[in-house]
Design a protein. Sequence first.
Length: 253
Amino acid sequence: MLHAMSWVLDAFGPWYPTIYPHRNDAEAARLLATLAENVTLAGRRILDVGCGAGRHLVRLRKLGSDPVGLDLSPSLLAEAARHGREVGVRVPLVRGDMRHLPFASRRFDGVTSLFTSFGYFSRDEDRRVVREATRVLVPDGFHLLDFLNRDRVLAHPNPESERESEGYRIRERRRIEDRGGRVVKRVTVLSKDAEEPVIDYEERVNLWGPDELRSLLESAGLHVLQEWGEYDGSPFEAGSSSRHVWLSRKERG
């Protein structure tokens, strides 16, 4: 059973590529080039959790790995399959819940969680997501978590913005809840000439701080190797980095 939260299905449905067109192959290539400088990818079985439209899967395949994509969204999995056909790269795609991975233990050499595909549930369920990722890793397998920089989000919440994409207006309103523990973003998509929204929903992401995330990873059996603040591998700076990317290794035992 998929126990999904309703906003997740709304947020990662057919409108996702229109709302986030700036998340592109070039950005994926930068992050995975940095990963390839730190771990061996060629010939390794890698699970991309929350794979979305598959832009990282294509790059992983081109780097010589054997990737599998998992996502809850049927529409994004269909988009990933379409994108793979366009570029001549076929990757296995599985519909599933990241809290209950449908794979045997010690199945993968690496697990990736990219572009904030984490923090969607209760904090206990977030912990389960990381434990599940660790479970399916072989000993010494790597885990890559690409997450928000909590301190920057809190310092610059950017409460309201509007932009155009593919003939639509994308209106976003943000607020901080739970004493800084969660960011909530209301996304409204409107046509250019009308105020009646075509879709309107809220994204809710837990804001895990650096010490919390380190403790979470370590308690799941992961040893932190590297922390980056940008996709090019720049060091993490709490006050200024746009991202917080964690590279860890599964402990033996």
